[in-house]
Ligand binder design. Structure first.
Ligand code: TMP
Length: 196
């Protein structure tokens, strides 16, 4: 089973992923968690290039690097794990590319990004996508507590386009389960469990 978590930076994905992994393992499931970009040696190197705030990167390079990191993770880790019956939880998947590079950067056609997403993920589609919805205000309060990476430095207008983009993506795919990310951690975790 393939599950991904989505939302803007500061939405609380990582905490929920950690709790879900624990819960599933307690119930006898084998679970692997991968973050995107990352999860393999090549993809972690690509991640550091992508997030380095000193890099001045073109939008196309950014799109292709996120996609390259994904292709490596899918081929090297995700497909073998799924074949072994492992539940794979992803901290972001191609919905992030559609939201950030597509709607957020807003210079490349969404349908072309979707073609690339399909290629980079070898056609894999998650069974469930949990979207943690939070306001831009709450997200930026949480984000500002740590140093900003290159993507986070894009600013408020960028994040507002990413948020609107996610709402459009959610409407198009029934695999999305939308959660109120402003709720207490334990009540979000409880709701997530009811879907598994
Ligand atoms: P993370 O902080 O959730 O690990 O994600 C790294 C950053 O990369 C985050 O700001 C979202 C961004 N991102 C994209 O812009 N496009 C993508 O395809 C992915 C996977 C992440």
């Amino acid at each position: 089973m393939l599950i991904n978590f989505e939302g803007i930076d500061g939405c609380g994905k990582s905490t929920q992923i950690h709790l879900l992994k624990q819960y599933l393992e307690e119930h006898g499931r084998q679970v692997q968690v991968y973050r995107e970009p990352g999860g393999t040696s090549i993809a972690e190197k690509i991640r550091s290039i992508l997030l380095d705030s000193k890099n001045n990167m073109s939008v196309v390079s950014e799109l292709l690097l996120f996609s390259a990191a994904r292709a490596q993770l899918v081929q090297e880790k995700i497909i073998p794990a799924l074949n072994d019956g492992v539940t794979v939880i992803l901290d972001r998947f191609y919905d992030s590319t559609t939201a950030y590079q597509g709607y957020g950067r807003s210079v490349l056609p969404i349908d072309e990004i979707c073609v690339l997403n399909k290629m980079a993920s070898y056609g894999l589609v998650p069974e469930i996508t949990f979207y943690l919805r939070i306001s831009q205000k709450l997200a930026s309060e949480r984000r500002l507590k740590h140093a900003q990476d290159r993507i986070e430095m894009a600013g408020n207008e960028f994040y507002s386009r990413v948020l609107d983009g996610y709402e459009k993506i959610i409407k198009e795919h029934s695999r999305f389960i939308v959660l109120d990310g402003a709720q207490p951690i334990e009540s979000i975790a409880k709701e997530i469990r009811t879907h598994l």
